[in-house]
Design a protein around this ligand. Sequence first.
Ligand code: NAP
Length: 252
Amino acid sequence: MSQSALITGATSGFGAACARRFAAEGWRLMLCGRRQERLDELRAELATITPVHAFALDVRDEAAVNAAIAALPAEFAAIDLLVNNAGLALGLEPAQRCDMQDWEDMIDTNIKGLLYCTRAVLPGMVERNRGHIVNIGSVAGNYPYPGGNVYGGTKAFVKQFSLNLRTDLLGTKVRVTNVEPGMAETEFSLVRFKGDESKAGRIYDGAQPLAAADIADVVYWAATRPAHVNINRVEVMPVCQAFSPFAIHREA
Ligand SMILES: NC(=O)c1ccc[n+]([C@@H]2O[C@H](COP(=O)([O-])OP(=O)(O)OC[C@H]3O[C@@H](n4cnc5c(N)ncnc54)[C@H](OP(=O)(O)O)[C@@H]3O)[C@@H](O)[C@H]2O)c1
């Protein structure tokens, strides 16, 4: 039987691009996200090429995550690959002006949601002694930027959790990868700026950001290395993005 992948946050951006890429390569897909109509559209598009099980899921709801994994149809239940992609940034204000609810939502989704999905899927992978978890981190977890406060903190967690998983899984054949994208054009900025299209558009003005398909390529590559090879971390940026020197504030 072909391999199977569970992709969270498949309704947009990297998740949808991964769904299309893995479908094209013949993988069976389990796709989730909160927006049912997007899931319906994606299922209609991909079900002509590969078996697709799509279900609405808010990864912040631990009971719903466990129920969804327990309710997977038998032909999907042995998950070969979990792509923990669902996530978001909210706001770009300095910490002293941030909305606490935005911080809570990022922690609940990027950290706790990722943990719920991992914890629900991992025992089966260990039991089958086969499987791969690809987490979608961010360069924001590696380098600070103004306004990246809690978002960057959540992605630093994802990186360290990924590396720690590797140590816990030593002796099994289960693999773990953290993919760390830089600037990519998806719905990410629209969500960050709460639907303000002009603010979101300005992020990409005059630049050539990564496309969602570029990250799907990396995820697919990491997932298809020989079984004895583990890609620990992959950091990917568009050529137009680089680093700034340390900032020095000088008194006038
Ligand atoms: N774009 C970038 O520049 C960039 C760079 C580095 C890392 N990332 C990371 O890449 C991942 C994907 O983001 P993207 O750029 O593809 O953004 P996107 O286009 O906004 O996609 C985000 C996906 O996450 C899902 N999602 C959000 N909250 C969820 C929840 N509570 N439960 C289930 N699904 C949820 C959304 O689906 P629903 O709204 O339908 O639930 C959507 O499918 C995120 O983890 C993000 O932090 C993005």
